[in-house]
Design a protein around this ligand. Structure first.
Ligand SMILES: [Fe+2]
Length: 436
């Protein structure tokens, strides 16, 4: 839509006199004069169906939509947008699942722009045109869609396109960028050619060099498959190598602030990275593929226990979450904040703060590891396979808690007794549970 007035709420209906009209919806247009940026960002959300089906669906996506809707309502008349970075509906060739998906996101997509980039589940198929010999990870994840529904159902900025090689319409919406408030957002495709000599790499190069950092001090890069993850996704290792070789030098040279990835269905926040090394150069990498799809590879095993399920958190990984949810990006000219909201309580579980100077703050401390105590399951570092020492330490902790509990109970009982005695003369009443 063009020629919209800045930061204004528009009301609209869709339909026709013959086919009937929708109810009235509204959205707030982008405000080019404002420094503020608000975005809801996640990957791998998928679709839920209200009935059993032969196709695996993603029930958690309902909660993700619900909590984002709460946040949009809280924003009032501030504009915002959604960023869904690949593995969108998991329709994988079933058109009715796309329909189901669009119905599910309608409460969001009718109120704000819904941006996407392509994931393996929209695209990958053995006959896809670009398949270098190292791309062993390209399988049948797209279910034969070959990016066609993705290209026709969405209309993203830019004019990137690659031929499908099948006579079907070209694959579109591959790479593009735009400014919102104080942030320059770039979307890339990890499923099509991004190596030296590709149109995409040329685009990224030109785009990053052209950013006016006085206007947008922050640059946020987004793509589907992660450049960094500590999940044990061995199949993607050759791709990560190519990303490190061809993309990372551009990210580092052009001071990209933040790199957001999906594909791994967990939240994982890293330090500022350059060639696997934490430091003060390179973007902070965060994996945000926790919006709904529940399948999850295990974390990296300990290097000297390759066959044992021991998952220590490497130095570069500062926070691993085990909960479904999404991230909320809020930025001004001075500061960018990324918050990880968990679906079970709708609360913030991790926060990352980056100043316009490039300094990374991080509520948990930039270099300090944090583990989400609410997250459980097999993916948690150092839980499974710990030795008897930890059993013993749990026994000691349990015994200590028991002693503490008896003591608190005794004191609490006495205080309650004394209070009751003072209040009611000589009448003694038993301590009730609600007194404690
Ligand atoms: Fe994926």
């Amino acid at each position: 839509m063009t020629r919209l007035k800045k930061g204004l709420r528009y009301y609209y209906k869709v339909g026709s006199d013959n086919g009937g009209w929708s109810k009235t919806h509204s959205f707030v247009s982008r405000n080019g004069d404002s420094d503020e940026t608000t975005a809801f960002m996640f990957g791998d959300m998928g679709t839920a169906t209200p009935y059993a089906t032969f196709s695996r669906t993603q029930d958690e996506s309902i909660s993700t939509v619900k909590w984002i809707l709460r946040d949009i309502e809280a924003l009032g008349d501030k504009p915002a947008f959604v960023s869904h970075i690949g593995d969108i509906s998991y329709a994988r060739g079933y058109s009715w699942l796309w329909d189901q998906f669009f119905s599910q996101i309608e409460p969001l997509a009718s109120k704000l722009p819904y941006h996407v980039c392509i994931g393996n589940h929209e695209y990958d198929w053995p006959s896809q045109p670009w398949k270098p010999e190292w791309a062993t990870m390209y399988g049948k994840d797209g279910g034969g869609e070959c990016g066609v529904p993705y290209s026709l159902k969405f209309n993203m900025p830019g004019n990137s396109s690659e031929p499908t090689g099948t006579g079907a319409p070209a694959t579109r919406n591959l790479y593009y960028s735009f400014d919102v408030g104080s942030v320059h957002f770039v979307y890339i495709s990890t499923e099509t050619n991004f190596v030296q000599g590709s149109k995409q790499l040329e685009f990224i190069k030109r785009d990053l060099e052209g950013v006016d950092r006085r206007k947008t001090p922050f640059v946020v890069m987004q793509g589907h498959r992660p450049m960094y993850t500590t999940s044990n996704e061995r199949g993607d290792a050759p791709m990560r190598e190519k990303m490190l070789e061809h993309l990372e030098p551009l990210f580092v040279k052009n001071n990209v602030t933040l790199a957001l990835w999906g594909h791994v269905h967990r939240y994982e926040r890293f330090c500022q990275l350059n060639n696997y090394t934490c430091g003060s150069v390179g973007p902070v990498h965060v994996v945000i593929g926790m919006a709904g799809q529940d399948w999850q590879p295990i974390w990296e095993p300990r290097p000297d226990h390759l066959t044992d399920p021991i998952y220590p958190q490497p130095e570069r990984s500062l926070y691993r979450g085990g909960e479904f949810g999404y991230t909320r990006l809020v930025a001004t000219k001075q500061k960018l904040t990324l918050s990880y909201v968990g679906n079970h309580d709708g609360k913030v579980h991790d926060t990352l703060e980056i100043l316009a100077s490039g300094q990374v703050l991080g509520v948990n401390g930039a270099g300090i590891k944090a583990v989400d105590s609410s997250s459980g399951g097999a993916g948690e570092p150092g839980v499974i396979g710990d030795s008897g020492e930890s059993t013993f330490s749990w026994f000691v902790k349990g015994a200590s808690l028991l002693v503490l509990g008896i003591f608190v109970g005794y004191v609490g009982g006495y205080v309650s007794y004394a209070r009751k005695k003072a209040g009611t003369g000589n009448n003694w009443t038993p301590v009730k549970s609600e007194d404690m």
